[in-house]
Design a binder for this molecule. Structure first.
Ligand code: ZN
Length: 176
């Protein structure tokens, strides 16, 4: 933020995956909380989201191999995006909904921080840039009050986490 890492009082700032997006009971997040963003849209969370999406909607008119995979708890994020890339109608609908949730959370961040640029990393985005970026760009305008910043894939590829660690390690933290 303004050329520096935003660390927070305990170094835990920007745990954005744990923003609550569900007023109901919500899906279980890896942190122990419920209804957090990454419980819906992360690689780990997507399989439960797919199953819930399928069981909570009327989809009799849609046939897709992912229904069976989801019911048997065999579906992975990779499967979902592979089927979406092949044009599977159900997979595309679910990917679109993931994109809308991402757009809401991006809008929350844009409204909080008014950033110039948001870059996205992680293997799902890096392997499926169009399926991840397009719905975010399509929906984010519905939810922001600030000017929409540039949103694109990170140019740092799979090593983004390593660069973040280096940035943190090279930051002089002054304790109070
Ligand atoms: Zn969480």
């Amino acid at each position: 933020m303004d050329g520096r890492l935003l660390l927070g009082k305990d170094g835990n700032a920007a745990e954005i995956g744990h923003m609550t997006i569900d007023l109901g009971d919500g899906f279980q997040c890896g942190c122990g909380g419920k209804g957090h963003w990454e419980a819906y849209c992360s690689g780990m969370g997507i399989p439960s989201f797919v199953k819930s999406w399928i069981t909570s909607r009327k989809i009799e008119d849609l046939e897709s191999p992912i229904i069976d995979m989801a019911m048997k708890d065999e579906i992975t994020s990779k499967h979902l995006f592979e089927y979406a890339k092949r044009g599977d109608e159900l997979a595309l609908k679910i990917v679109e909904e993931i994109g809308r949730i991402n757009a809401i959370c991006f809008a929350n961040l844009i409204n909080l921080f008014d950033p110039e640029l948001i870059t996205i990393g992680g293997s799902i985005a890096l392997k499926n840039p169009d399926l991840i970026l397009a719905p975010i760009k399509r929906y984010v305008g519905r939810y922001v009050i600030n000017r929409i910043p540039e949103i694109r894939l990170t140019p740092l590829g799979e090593d983004i986490v390593l660069y973040g660690a280096i940035a943190l390690a090279s930051t002089r933290i002054v304790s109070k």
